[in-house]
Design a protein around this ligand. Structure first.
Ligand code: MOS
Length: 754
């Protein structure tokens, strides 16, 4: 997609290590040859097929299901309803921590959103199960559904996202706005969006007495196992989850979902293995979505264009029965310097499924609003948008006042702008046309995403033959985690990657933490790094304490591990192979464990974020209003780059979702029925190849000594931020029309926003 050379780590970091190398993903050949077995590819002996029946109303109760008709259908084995659904050990509506959400698993006849599961039909074939579900012909006592953001009662949520404060402030924004030489107050609207991973939610569940084996795609093996252990009243070790491949997750496979639990319950009911795969339209309800937002930004500047105040308020929606509040205003905490910043959130309750973490939750909608507002303010100040952002560059984190652990945003701006050719941009809109007469516009946005870490563990082993093994229950949802983590693993054990056996994707391995929050490589990588170091230290202790070893007396700190050997630091001619050390000690193998988590001291002392700058070109047909993104350049700084090929691929993905946010994705909720009326991939637009132009993702060098031992910041979600706003701002620059409703569609440009 780009002719830029892959950035490599400097030579001294590369020696003897695969960290920094553009290794191709290990799972690539398996995927392109069809050899990769996804969850739904499993067919244990005796397996039955389950199909969900889902509600067609958004609120009320199920008053009738034609069970005799479904049960009489050839091949149907059972119909699971609230009447015969096996018991759970725990209330599925209970909540004990911020990563726990209520689920609909046939606990009663209530309907709380459209597409809610109301029965499960289990049959000998998928066809029979599907036909049986259709024969249920449900009847309802329907109640009026609330599906209109504008009409519902507004409340202030106690928390946003996973337990963050709903409002934060520093300085006096009222005074800052009053004293401002220039000010704007603008409101932006973003729509509901659905994750729409390529692979639908799927489970194959098999019980053996009180032991449960499941195949299902999950972004968090240990967390899912813990949730299921609670729901089913089993010791966690009785549950084995396999999740070697995911066809995308985007947050919707982070936590246990209702349909997943229903698959397990169905297998319990019939005493045979059961497969349950959601149909595409069934994913518009019970497996999460991004809530719509209405965001109001008030900005004030002095006469020179320095911000005097920044207010960011978000109105969003959660479900009628649970709380997930999209933390969009938090996008304004860490990016632009202002003596006064206030962020706040309010919400309404709609009769929809509960919103969920989705592709930069908070940051993505917050960023398109903030970057649009910054562009509008730059225009009011008569400044170039990049110059305006540099004028308001934050040297410390604005909301907290903490220093940044590292921040190479200036370099991102400079390198991205140079590569894009930003310097040639006319200030005023509607100044550029291409040879075909299309309006051409250039816009930019700043990218930012917090460098997060969760908790994870890993185990490393060196074997008698000199090979190594690293085990961790990590999730590769297509981002290339296994490849990058295997690189860290090989580095941690001082082995050529070809000598390393990397085991992952199963819940009986050490907890690798959740693949979310762009934190997986940092968390799992830190755990692997620690496990490798512990193993090498044990091996070194064997050698340095043994008079027969050439390393005798060197001390643990006096050796380095490389290419399957330990070398004396002070004399690299004295070394010994791992195999020789273990052989002399009479050991078959030596192992170590390690864990990874954010260092509390680092977290207390520093603001930790990845940054970037995105520049976009669009072309607009002035007669038709048709918009095409034609060129995007992103420059990102995210600490240590483990694998530049995979990181660049992550940036491409984020930039594509940014274009999608600006121009494509929108779920349309029917205000009368509460149903998503475009619940399919024909009408819910995600970009295809033809929608996406040449992308360039530049890897800007950044060394972070604080964020974690390996200096890794996340790269999964950052590129959606900045990109969406850059495209929106380019549309303004092309046309003079200021987008405030997303996605931007041709009718907006023809003067009829709707
Ligand atoms: Mo991501 S929305 O943290 O899976």
């Amino acid at each position: 997609m780009s002719d830029l050379p892959l950035t490599r780590a400097p030579a001294h970091l590369r020696q003897g290590s695969s960290i920094g190398q553009p290794v191709t993903r290990h799972d690539g050949p398996l995927k392109v040859t069809g050899a990769a077995r996804y969850a739904a590819d499993h067919h244990p002996a005796g397996m039955l097929h389950a199909a969900l029946a889902v509600s067609s109303i958004a609120r009320g109760r199920v008053s009738f299901l034609d069970l005799p008709a479904a049960l009489a259908h050839p091949g149907v084995v059972a119909v699971m309803t609230p009447a015969n659904r096996p018991a759970l050990a725990e209330d599925p509506d209970a909540k004990t921590h911020p990563f726990m959400f209520r689920m609909d698993v046939l606990q009663n006849d209530r309907v709380r959103y459209a597409n809610q599961p109301i029965a499960v039909v289990i049959a000998e074939s998928l066809e029979a199960a599907t036909e049986g579900a259709a024969l249920l012909a449900p009847r309802y006592e329907a109640e009026a559904a609330q599906a209109d953001l504008a009409a519902a009662e507004v409340f202030t949520p106690p928390a946003v996202g996973p337990g963050h404060p709903a409002a934060m402030a520093h300085g006096d924004t009222a005074a800052g706005l009053a004293a401002a030489a220039r000010r704007i107050s603008v409101t932006y609207e973003t729509p509901a969006q659905y994750h729409n991973a390529m692979e639908p939610h799927a489970i194959v569940a098999a019980w053996d007495g009180d032991r449960l084996a499941i195949d299902t795609p999950t972004q968090g093996l240990a967390m899912l196992r813990g949730r299921l252990a609670g729901l089913f009243g089993l010791p966690a070790e009785n549950i084995r989850i396999r999740s070697p491949f995911l066809g995308g997750g985007f947050g919707s496979k982070g936590l246990a979902s209702g349909p997943l639990v229903l698959g397990i319950l169905a297998a319990r009911l019939v005493g045979r293995p059961v497969k349950l795969v959601l149909r595409r339209e069934q994913m518009f309800g019970p497996v999460g979505h991004r809530a719509p937002t209405r965001q109001t930004l008030e900005l004030g500047t002095d006469a020179d264009g320095a911000l005097t105040a920044l207010r960011h308020h978000t109105l969003t929606a959660t479900s009628a029965f649970d709380d997930f509040i999209e933390p969009a205003s938090n996008a304004s905490h860490a990016l632009y310097a202002s003596p006064a910043i206030a962020t706040s959130h309010a919400a309404v309750r709609l009769d929809t499924g509960t919103p969920m973490f989705m592709r930069a939750p908070g940051e993505a909608p917050g960023s398109i609003a903030l970057e649009s507002a910054m562009d509008e303010m730059a225009e009011v100040c008569g400044m170039d948008p990049l110059e305006f952002r540099l004028k308001n560059y934050a040297e410390t984190e604005p909301m907290s006042g903490k220093p940044f652990s590292s921040k190479a945003l200036r370099e991102c701006y400079a390198q991205g702008a140079a590569r894009f050719g930003w310097a040639g941009r006319p200030r005023a809109p509607r100044q550029m046309r291409d040879a075909a007469g299309l309006l051409v516009g250039w816009g930019m946005g700043t990218a930012i995403f917090p460098a997060l870490m969760f908790q994870g563990e890993a185990r490393a082993t060196i074997r008698r033959d000199g090979s190594g093994m690293v085990e961790i229950a990590a999730s590769d949802m297509g981002q290339g985690a296994w490849t990058a983590l295997a690189q860290i693993a090989a580095d941690s054990l001082g082995l050529d990657p070809a000598r390393l056996d990397f085991r992952s994707g199963s819940s009986d391995l050490p907890d690798g933490g959740i693949a979310g929050g762009s934190a997986h490589t940092a968390t799992a990588g830190a755990a692997i790094h620690a496990a490798g170091a512990e193993t090498i230290a044990r091996l070194a202790a064997l050698a340095t304490a043994d008079g027969r070893s050439p390393l005798y007396g060197a001390g643990n700190a006096g050796v380095i591990a490389r290419d399957g050997r330990l070398f004396r630091r002070d004399d690299e001619n004295r070394s010994e192979s791992y195999a020789d050390i273990l052989a002399r000690a009479g050991l078959a193998e030596i192992a170590g464990a390690g864990s990874g988590a954010m260092e509390p001291a680092a977290q207390a002392g520093y603001a930790m974020h990845a940054h970037g700058a995105v520049f976009a070109e669009v072309k607009v047909d002035p007669a038709l209003g048709q918009i095409r993104a034609t060129r995007l350049v992103g420059a990102f700084a995210a600490g240590r780059i483990i694998n530049p090929r995979l990181v660049r691929s992550q940036y491409y993905g984020g930039m594509i979702w940014g274009v999608s946010f600006a121009l494509h994705e929108r779920a349309v909720l029917d205000k009368r029925s509460g149903r998503v009326i475009n619940a399919n991939l024909a009408d819910y637009h995600v970009p295809v190849n033809a929608d996406i132009p040449a992308l360039e993702a530049m890897l800007v060098e950044e060394h972070d000594p604080h964020v974690n031992a390996l200096g890794i910041k996340g790269v999964g979600e950052i590129a959606i931020t900045g990109s969406a706003g850059a495209v929106a701002n380019a549309v303004w620059h092309a046309t003079g029309y200021r987008p405030r409703h997303f996605p931007i569609t041709p009718d907006h440009l023809l003067g009829a926003p709707g």
